[in-house]
Write a protein that binds this ligand. Structure first.
Ligand SMILES: Nc1ncnc2c1ncn2[C@@H]1O[C@H](COP(=O)(O)OP(=O)(O)OP(=O)(O)O)[C@@H](O)[C@H]1O
Length: 442
């Protein structure tokens, strides 16, 4: 009975071998070999021709299938559960009852999500309280816990840490021609590929203090350096914290710079006025899209600690700012007005404006709920364990993004731009910059 139950629960285990055997007997073994080779070839072609759909549909299942038969194979996994007291004993029969794997997805090479149906009479705390022991037993980095529905738990198993070294600051291209605005290198992904961002998109970077938020923006600015130098990209910087971005104001590198709450509000109002002016220009000339040039530059509004302006500061200013930012978020794309905001705590006051930012990055955060607030519902359950990133300097710059096409979280690390490299960036921008017309909003 047990064997029959198992076979019914794992149709793949019967259908696969039965299909191979049937095909071997019916069509001959060489034809079966040809079919198997053809299937592998077709998968390879799919991967090459359309990696996004392959990553979305095939890769998590193929990886999960391999892991199912290696790491999470029945008796081995059951032994681990027993060693970590993650089972209950039926008082009447004395039988040990174990939770059962009902679903396994490997969304990325380093994260598996295992859904378990709890055994009869088993409380979820017996799992939740022993996660550290299970992580050590399975020899994985860490395991996080979710409770998707009654009777089930999900273990998000982070198998390894793909980032063990700091990524050096991006090189600055010498000339504007070498920059693709939709493809700026800012770090690496867990797959060892480049992590690139579109500048022509609004970007939100969330992370607790010391998570390395600035490195995302500074890497972006190094990629844009020749365009800023030549006046093709104008920086508007709101810097209520007055730390790293202070240098941009001091050195007159930013087109506009504001450091107090009022100055930031004026700056954003001026930003929206500039946006309106471009809209009117479009209406007069019949144009619908900007061509980036010195006459019609791209504008980038950087708001360091948007929470200080929207959540903790003056209520009237916050309300005005919310309206202005909504205009930038909804109308800025056509006129070349974009924004990048940094936030420590994606609190309720900041979350409403979250939807204005199509690209969001979640570095180390302090609460589980922050992950879904930033990346969207279900992101943590699909492996975005940003709240589990240890609070140590070695992990700064590490976080998650949601891959736009596949909606799967991906672990990324931003390149690190140190003080010397910020100075180098500023000197580069100033090397060819007319200073007249630049001002600081005071
Ligand atoms: N990408 C990175 N790679 C490696 N180390 C980094 C990276 N980014 C930052 N660090 C290290 O972490 C420290 C904190 O970084 P940073 O001040 O940028 O964090 P933050 O999120 O902007 O914090 P805050 O909100 O307090 O300003 C830096 O001084 C640096 O030593």
């Amino acid at each position: 009975m047990k064997a029959l139950k198992w076979l019914l629960r794992h149709p793949g285990a019967t259908v696969g071998p039965a299909a191979v055997l049937g095909s071997g007997l019916e069509l001959g073994w060489s034809a079966t070999g040809g079919l198997a080779g053809g299937t592998v070839g077709a998968l390879t072609c799919w991967y090459r021709a359309h990696p996004d759909t392959f990553d979305h549909y095939a890769a998590p299942r193929l990886r999960a299938w391999r892991r199912r038969w290696s790491v999470y194979l029945g008796p081995r996994f059951t032994r681990a559960l027993r060693a970590c007291d993650m089972y209950v004993t039926d008082r009447k029969t004395g039988e040990d009852l174990f939770p059962r794997i009902t679903r396994l997805r490997s969304y990325s090479p380093s994260v598996d999500v295992v859904t378990l149906a709890l055994a009869r009479g088993q409380g979820r705390r017996s799992i939740e309280d022993n996660l550290d022991r299970l992580a050590d037993t399975l020899r994985v980095q860490r395991i996080a816990f979710e409770h998707p529905k009654p009777g089930y738990v999900a273990l998000i198993i982070e198998r390894s840490e793909p980032f063990t070294e700091t990524i050096p600051a991006p090189e600055m291209p010498a000339e504007p021609d070498a920059v693709d605005l939709d493809d700026i290198y800012v770090g690496d992904t867990e797959y060892g590929t480049d992590w690139r961002l579109r500048i022509r998109d609004h970007l939100l970077v969330a992370g607790a203090t010391g998570a390395g938020k600035n490195s995302v923006v500074l890497s972006e600015l190094r990629g844009l350096a020749p365009l800023i130098r030549d006046g093709l990209v104008r920086l508007w910087v709101c810097d209520p914290k007055q730390l790293e971005f202070r240098k941009f104001g001091d050195a007159d590198v930013a087109y506009r710079y504001g450091d107090t709450e009022e100055a930031c509000a004026d700056l954003v109002a001026e930003y929206v006025a500039d946006l309106r002016e471009v809209q009117q220009h479009f209406a007069r000339t019949g144009r619908r899209k900007i061509e980036v040039s010195a006459e019609t530059p791209l504008n980038l509004l950087i708001i360091d600690e948007i929470g200080a302006l929207l959540a903790y500061g003056d209520g009237a200013i916050a309300r005005t700012l919310r309206k202005l930012l909504a205009i930038v978020g909804s109308q800025g794309r056509a006129t070349g007005h974009f924004m990048t905001a940094l936030v420590q705590e994606p609190s309720k006051d900041v979350v409403p404006v979250r939807d204005l930012f199509p690209t969001r990055v979640c570095l180390r955060v302090t609460a589980q709920s922050h992950v879904d607030m930033v990346l969207g519902e279900g992101a943590r359950l699909r492996g975005a364990l940003a709240d589990e990133i240890p609070n140590v300097p070695d992990t700064a710059g590490i976080g998650y993004v949601i891959r736009q096409r596949t909606r799967v979280p991906q672990r990324v690390r931003a390149a690190y731009v140190d003080d010397r490299e910020i100075d180098e960036l500023i000197a580069f921008i100033r090397s060819n910059r007319p200073t007249a017309g630049l001002s600081v909003v005071a």
